[in-house]
Design a protein around this ligand. Sequence first.
Ligand SMILES: [Zn+2]
Length: 127
Amino acid sequence: MKEIIETRYCDNCGDSIPETRNKGAIYCTVKCGYTFRNNRNAKERKNQEESEPGLYKNYKVVKNLVHMRILDISIETATDLGLDFNCHMGVINFDQEKETTEFRLFEYSLTISGNRIKIKKLTDECA
Ligand SMILES: [Zn+2]
């Protein structure tokens, strides 16, 4: 019996996906997948920058903090830096018991707990 080999093509660059890749792979290489997601994120940000400047400003504040490796900051300081807690991309998690709320801001998540805010980079699946 002849086996039918179906050629799959990369969602990013259009090259054929090597047989050695996973069955469910949609990119020719892992790197190509990253490129696709980076481009998508950049495009998403560009759109948001135009339609929602508040959101983009928040993103810049968060990115700067991450760059300085500040991942835990008081709400007061964050507000001073220009972070607007009304501007985010939706609540990811709400824990009534611990009284924490986690918001999404592009590839980051902000968890507010008491007077502190924790910044975390989301994994590829959520971002
Ligand atoms: Zn590719």
